[in-house]
Design a protein around this ligand. Structure first.
Ligand code: ZN
Ligand code: ZN
Length: 356
């Protein structure tokens, strides 16, 4: 008889509840993970609120959630790299390993990737999840489960730094300080970026960026971003703009806000597909424009970097809920953008209060 567990199931727009679902059984190359904590991501809330993101449509009940860490409880017969009892961060996208992209190491572009909480693939807002073992990354004792879960959004910024080849000779502006933008501050420090400026309209997020090590912050609703960036860089300008807000105006403004010869890195997804860009300026300034989609090969390096990082990234976790509070958790993430940054779910509720 199949064992059962509790899972949070989205069964319609704005309709989510905890139900008894089948407990996954690990295949020979998989491990069963007891989910310790798992974040609520902007994409989860988008599915919750609209039932779709672009071409991905929720047309049957779906378990959301893809930012998690937990403990290995059982391994399949072929698993060698981890064992029961290990604390692990879970990388949530399993690629095919066979296509050109996978072979080239760019497995984030694999057309056959099975990414958690992207319909029809279930995520892990549940007590347990089975994951292919080479996508489990052992957490050193020094790192908490929450840091393990935050490796997922951190990876996006980490990948952005690599894509743009940013390092000590760079001065950057991070536009938008949601979880991804905030953790891009951390990723930028990890890559030795010499000057990091963050911008967001919400005071709490600017304050967190400072705590995570941004050298300066600005409010794009209240001041001229271009003027302020010039002032903060002694007139030299920023060598890269990392756009993580997805705000159409902010995306268009990246071209004007970066210095000549600079890089524009686009992470945030705007709600409209088409945004006017000043192409004459883009050409005249000889800009590199780079898209960033998820990440590849970031977890091991980001774990090492976190071990040497002295700014606690858990600071961005503003709310912690048990699994049966999932509806409240979604509403907090959806409606309280000024007070909430990262909302964390603890599927085994006693862990929720005695967290980290
Ligand atoms: Zn996410
Ligand atoms: Zn592939």
């Amino acid at each position: 008889m199949t064992k059962k567990m509790q899972g949070a199931v989205l069964d319609g727009i704005m309709s989510i509840g905890v139900h008894e679902v089948d407990m996954p059984v690990p295949r020979p190359d998989e491990a069963l993970i007891r989910v310790h904590c798992i974040g609520v991501c902007g994409s989860d809330i988008h599915y919750y609120e609209h039932g779709r993101i672009g071409r991905y449509v929720v047309d049957s009940p779906l378990i959301l959630g893809h930012e998690l860490a937990g403990q290995v409880v059982e391994v399949g017969a072929n698993v060698r790299n981890i064992e029961p009892g290990d604390r692990v961060a879970v990388e949530p996208g399993i690629p095919c390993d066979r296509c050109d992209y996978c072979k080239a190491g760019r497995y984030n572009l694999c057309p056959d990737v099975r990414f958690m909480a992207t319909p029809p693939i279930d995520g892990a807002w549940a007590e347990y999840v089975a994951v292919r073992s080479d996508f489990l990354h052992r957490l050193p004792d020094e790192l908490s489960y929450e840091e393990g879960a935050l490796l997922e959004p951190l990876s996006v910024g980490f990948h952005a730094m690599r894509r743009a080849g940013l390092g000590p000779s760079d001065r950057i502006y991070i536009s938008g300080l949601g979880p991804v933008g905030l953790l891009a501050v951390t990723a930028a420090r990890m890559h030795g970026v010499s000057r990091i400026i963050g911008g967001d309209v919400l005071p709490l997020r600017r304050e967190m960026a400072r705590e995570l090590g941004a050298d300066a912050v600005l409010d794009p609703a209240d001041e001229s971003v271009a003027d302020r960036l010039a002032e903060l860089t002694g007139g030299r300008g920023v060598t890269a703009v990392i756009e993580s807000s997805g705000n159409a105006r902010a995306v268009a403004d990246t071209i004007g806000n970066v210095r000549r010869g600079g890089k524009v890195v686009l992470i945030g997804l705007p709600t409209s597909r088409e945004i006017p860009l000043d192409v004459t300026q883009l050409v005249d300034k000889e800009l590199d424009v780079l898209g960033v989609f998820r990440y590849a090969n970031t977890y091991p390096a980001a774990i090492d970097a976190l071990l040497h990082d002295d700014h606690p990234i858990e600071r961005i976790v503003t709310h912690r809920f048990a699994l049966d509070e999932i509806a409240t958790a979604c509403e907090v993430a959806r409606t309280q953008k000024d007070l909430s940054v990262k909302v964390m779910i603890y599927p085994h509720s006693p862990d929720a209060r005695a967290h980290v």
